[in-house]
Design a protein around this ligand. Structure first.
Ligand SMILES: Nc1ncnc2c1ncn2[C@@H]1O[C@H](COP(=O)(O)OP(=O)(O)OP(=O)(O)O)[C@@H](O)[C@H]1O
Ligand SMILES: [Mg+2]
Length: 258
C-alpha cells in the first residue's frame, strides 16, 4: 500500500503535445473503495491523464505507483492484467462482435488452460471454462441492466447502451482500479441511475478504486465523496464535493460555465 493509502497514484505527471502542455506536475491518487471524481473544462487534460494511468501514453515526467510500486514503464496489457481497467470517451467496442462476446474476450487473457492442443480439441475442461466465463458475462450484463442485449451486435447499439457494454467489459474480470471517461454521456436518466448503482456497489462491496471523469456535475457530486478539479493541465482544487463546489477558483474555471 502506498503513502496516503492510494492503490493507484500519479506523481508529478507531465505530458506535452508539441507546444501544448497537456499536463504539468499532476499529482493524484485513488483509494480502494472510493469513487473519486475528476472534473474540469474541455481540454483540461482529463483524458490525457487516463491515457497515462492506463499506459497508452508514456508521460515525459512523473511516476505512477500501484500499491506503492513503480509501474511507470509497465505496458497497458500488464496494467490491465493487474486490474487497472478503463472505458473510453470515444467508445472502443468490437462492433462486429455480439455484446456477449465483447464481454467474453475481456476474460480471455487468462487463457483457457492446456495450450493450443486444448484449443484444437475443445477438451471438456476447456468447454467448462468457457461456460463459466459466459455465465459470468451474463451476470455482469444483467447487473448493468443490459441482460437482454447479449446477442445484439455491439456496433448497432445506441450510445447509452454501448457505454453500458463498455462498462460491462471493464467489469468482466473484477477490476482493482476502474477509470471511467464520461461514462454517462449519451445515457438516458434510468441508464445513468443504473450506472451510479453499479459504480457505487463496485466501490463499496468489492473495494474497487474508481476514478470518474464526467461533465454532468450533479452526477459527479452525488456519486463522489472526493473530487479533483483539473484546469489547463494542473490540479486546480481537490476536496469533498461540497468544498469543490464552494471553491471560487473552480466556479470561475468550470462550474460557472456548466
Ligand atoms: N493526440 C493529441 N495531439 C495533440 N494534442 C492533444 C492530443 N490529445 C489531447 N491534446 C490536447 O491536450 C489537451 C488536453 O486534452 P484532453 O483530451 O486530455 O482534455 P479533456 O480534459 O479530456 O477534455 P474533454 O473534456 O473535452 O474530453 C488539449 O489541449 C488537447 O487539445
Ligand atoms: Mg476527455
Amino acid at each position: 500500500m502506498s503513502e496516503g493509502g492510494y492503490v493507484l497514484q500519479a506523481r508529478g505527471i507531465g505530458v506535452r503535445f508539441g507546444g501544448v502542455r497537456a499536463l504539468t506536475g499532476v499529482d493524484l491518487g485513488v483509494r480502494a473503495g472510493e469513487v473519486c471524481g475528476l472534473i474540469g473544462p474541455n481540454g483540461a487534460g482529463k483524458t490525457t491523464l487516463f491515457d497515462v494511468l492506463s499506459g497508452i501514453r508514456r508521460p515525459e515526467r512523473g511516476r505512477l505507483l500501484l500499491d506503492g510500486t513503480d509501474i511507470t514503464r509497465r505496458s497497458p496489457v500488464w496494467r490491465a492484467r493487474h486490474g487497472i481497467r478503463r472505458t473510453f470517451q470515444r467508445q472502443q467496442l468490437f462492433g462486429q462482435l455480439s455484446v456477449a462476446d465483447n464481454v467474453l474476450v475481456a476474460q480471455e487473457w487468462r487463457g483457457g488452460g492446456g495450450g493450443p492442443a486444448a484449443d484444437l480439441l475443445a477438451l471438456p475442461p476447456r468447454r467448462a471454462r468457457e461456460r463459466e466465463r459466459r455465465a459470468r458475462g451474463e451476470r455482469v450484463l444483467a447487473d448493468c441492466g443490459i441482460g437482454a442485449l447479449g446477442a445484439s451486435y455491439a456496433g448497432g447499439l445506441p450510445v447509452g447502451q454501448a457505454r453500458m457494454v463498455e462498462l460491462a467489459r471493464a467489469l468482466a474480470d473484477p477490476p482493482r482500479v476502474l477509470l471511467l471517461d464520461e461514462p454517462a454521456s449519451g445515457m438516458s436518466a434510468p441508464e445513468r441511475d443504473r450506472l451510479a448503482e453499479v459504480v457505487r456497489r463496485l466501490a463499496e462491496r468489492e473495494g474497487c478504486a474508481v476514478l470518474l471523469v464526467e461533465h454532468n456535475v450533479t452526477f459527479v457530486m452525488e456519486l463522489c465523496a472526493r473530487v479533483v478539479v483539473l484546469d489547463l493541465g494542473t490540479v486546480l482544487a481537490e476536496g469533498s464535493a461540497a468544498e469543490v463546489r464552494a471553491n471560487p477558483l473552480v466556479r470561475e474555471a468550470y462550474l460557472g460555465t456548466s
